[in-house]
Design a protein around this ligand. Structure first.
Ligand SMILES: [Mn+2]
Length: 202
C-alpha cells in the first residue's frame, strides 16, 4: 500500500494518501496542486467506477485544470466537462486560494468531501451536490469566501467513510500528515479507491 506523501510549497504544506480499490495498483482518483505567486490550487477528481477507466477520466480532468487553473471556476468546470464527453466521468472539487484578493473559490460537483478552516476558526463543510461531469449538462456549485491569514483544507474521495472530520482539521496547522494519518483508519479499501489530501496554506 502507498504511503503518505508530504509536499512543501512556498506558501503551503500538504499531505496526501492514495490507494486503489482492493489493492489495485491503479487508483481511479487523481488530485493536483498548483502554486503560483498569486494562487494556490488543489483539486480532487474521483473517476466513476474504479481502476484504469476511472483513472483516465480523472487524469483528463486534472490536465484541463492544470492548464486553466486561473480561469473563472464556472468556465473551468465547463472545460473539464467538455473534455470528458466520451468518458464515464468524474465528481470533482477544486479549491483555489487567491493571495492577491484574499479570496477562496471552491467549485464542486458530486460527493468529494471538502472541509475548510479559515483563519483558524470554525471548520466548515462544503455540502456535496449530486451529479458528475461526463459531457452532459451539469450544475456545479461555486462558493466564495474571504480569508485574512490562512486556510486549512481536507479533501477526500468516498473511499473514506462519510463523516465530518472537523476536529482533525483543526489540528492541521500542526500537521496535515497527522490529519491524513487519522483518516486512513477510516478508509474502505475493499469498496472503492481512496484519496485523502490535506493542507495548510498561509
Ligand atoms: Mn469513489
Amino acid at each position: 500500500m502507498g504511503k503518505i506523501i508530504e509536499e512543501q510549497y512556498e506558501n503551503a504544506v500538504t499531505a496526501a494518501f492514495q490507494a486503489g480499490k482492493g489493492g489495485n495498483p491503479v487508483c481511479g482518483d487523481m488530485f493536483i496542486t498548483v502554486e503560483t505567486d498569486r494562487y494556490f490550487l488543489t483539486a480532487l477528481a474521483d473517476g466513476l467506477g474504479s481502476g484504469k477507466s476511472a483513472r483516465r477520466s480523472s487524469e483528463l480532468a486534472m490536465n484541463v485544470i492544470e492548464k486553466h487553473f486561473d480561469a473563472p471556476m464556472e468556465e473551468l468546470f465547463a472545460n473539464v466537462n467538455q473534455a470528458l464527453a466520451h468518458e464515464r466521468g468524474v465528481v470533482l472539487t477544486v479549491i483555489r486560494i487567491d493571495y492577491e484578493r484574499n479570496q477562496i473559490t471552491c467549485g464542486n460537483i458530486g460527493n468529494v468531501e471538502c472541509l475548510l478552516m479559515i483563519d483558524q476558526k470554525d471548520v466548515m463543510r462544503i455540502i456535496p451536490t449530486t451529479g458528475f461531469l461526463s459531457g452532459r449538462s451539469f450544475k456545479a456549485r461555486v462558493h466564495h469566501f474571504s480569508f485574512k491569514q490562512n486556510v486549512g483544507f481536507l479533501l477526500h474521495s468516498d473511499g473514506v467513510s462519510k463523516q465530518t472530520h472537523r476536529y482533525e482539521l483543526q489540528a492541521s496547522r500542526l500537521s496535515p500528515t497527522a490529519v491524513v494519518e487519522r483518516l486512513k483508519e477510516e478508509m474502505a479499501i475493499d469498496k472503492d479507491d481512496v484519496t485523502i489530501v490535506s493542507g495548510y496554506v498561509h
